[in-house]
Design a protein around this ligand. Structure first.
Ligand SMILES: NC(=O)c1ccc[n+]([C@@H]2O[C@H](COP(=O)([O-])OP(=O)(O)OC[C@H]3O[C@@H](n4cnc5c(N)ncnc54)[C@H](OP(=O)(O)O)[C@@H]3O)[C@@H](O)[C@H]2O)c1
Length: 362
């Protein structure tokens, strides 16, 4: 059977360490987990079984393996030390017999986004970012539809627009909406991106390094690599939708709780074909995965054992190709979740009503 492995790592240190080591998660505090993670070897997490292509019936077998660092630790340590740990984790995948390796969350953000890691391993590597882009954009389009926000006239924003994922999301959304804010920290890089993307068939593109422009956006796709939340309630327009693709999140649960008139959805949840059992709880309901995991699995189902999405410059062609491959095998954008809970139609209706009430009060 063809095989794959996927690297995960703790994002919320206490919660995520507890999922594999309940005792350590209970007795250690966050800083201690961060400190000890430096000396911890890669961890075998679980076998992933039951994945079956909807079109060919092919089955693949996989493994979750963990690089013990948290995002904070990956940013604090020298890049070469972080690479070394991810490469060690990749070698565990090789020993298990994986034919392709996916890099989850921050293991794909660090440094050159997988290029150095791929060079040091015998098996091909993908960050999964191409399918993450595809699903994030599908999610925001679908959410706009549910919230009755007509895309053509909508004002949208991409936060982290100059990032690997943000850049292509910006390119795709620029064709959908009337006005698009490109938000980031480096004005020059934003201006360069606007220059590349401006043209016929695209909405008006506006550059900003300030978050307060979010108050004009009905649709927000946020995908920064910040390790703290970057969006605050005062920034937001009543009735807006935020699709938070970042891990760690860009929108905290506390912020979302403070505004019952906005819809915050998790970006990147996908239905996996077949009676899949991940044998590990990573916070999603049964049968669902992150889009970046789905990219790795779809490549295994397709027999594409090659370096796929690597580096910070992702092309739209790759996004279109992986979308077609994933759809062929039965991967789909899943229903919406918000902070690990399902979003019901009633909740969407409540947000719409709260937004209407707020508009009357103003
Ligand atoms: N949900 C999923 O399935 C999935 C899959 C893969 C990745 N991800 C997540 O997606 C996020 C982005 O990944 P990426 O590969 O696109 O990262 P990236 O290439 O490093 O880009 C990150 C972007 O965030 C911006 N940024 C960083 N810190 C910021 C801050 N404090 N305030 C405002 N902007 C900030 C950066 O701006 P500068 O250009 O100024 O540095 C850059 O534009 C990460 O959180 C990652 O874990 C999610």
């Amino acid at each position: 059977m063809d095989t794959f492995a996927f690297i995960i790592h703790p994002i919320d240190p206490k919660r995520d360490v507890s999922r594999k080591f309940p005792f350590l998660g209970r007795v250690l505090n966050e800083r201690q987990i961060d400190f000890f993670s430096t000396f911890f070897p890669p961890v075998y997490i679980s076998e992933i079984e039951g994945i079956t292509s909807a079109s060919t019936g092919k089955q693949v077998l996989g493994w979750f393996i963990a690089a013990p660092y948290t995002p904070r630790r990956m940013l604090e340590l020298p890049e070469r030390v972080v690479y070394r740990k991810i490469i060690q984790t990749g070698r565990l995948a090789e020993r298990l017999g994986a034919r392709i390796l996916g890099l989850g969350a921050f293991t794909s953000v660090i440094g050159d986004a997988g290029v150095t890691i791929a060079r040091s391993l015998k098996i091909p590597v993908t960050t999964g970012d191409s399918y993450t882009i595809s699903i994030a954009v599908q999610a925001i389009r679908e959410a706009a539809h549910l919230m009755d926000i007509p895309l053509r006239n909508a004002t949208a924003a991409v936060v982290g627009a100059t990032g690997a994922i943000g850049r292509v999301c910006t390119e795709l959304l620029a064709e959908d909406v009337g006005r698009l804010y490109l938000i980031g920290r480096r004005e020059e890089a934003l201006l360069e991106l606007r220059e590349q993307l401006s043209g016929p068939g695209r909405g008006e593109l506006v550059v900003s390094t300030k978050m307060d422009v979010l108050a004009k956006a009905q649709l927000i796709l946020t995908v920064t690599s910040a390790i703290h939340d970057v969006i605050v309630p005062e920034h937001l327009l009543s009735g807006c939708v935020i699709c938070d693709v970042a891990r760690p999140r860009d929108v905290s649960a506390m912020i979302a709780a403070a505004r019952d008139d906005i819809l915050v959805i998790d970006g990147g949840m996908v239905d996996v074909p077949g009676p899949v059992d991940f044998n590990f709880n990573f916070g999603f309901p049964p049968g669902k995965s992150y889009a970046c995991m789905a990219e790795t699995i779809a490549l295994a189902l397709e027999g594409r054992f090659e370096d796929y999405t690597l580096g910070k410059h992702i092309t739209r062609e790759r996004v279109d190709e992986i979308t077609a491959i994933a759809e062929k095998h039965g991967f789909r954008l899943s229903g919406f979740r918000s902070f690990e809970r399902e979003v019901s139609p009633q909740q969407i209706e409540a947000v719409r009503q709260n937004a209407r009430k707020r508009a009357w009060r103003v």
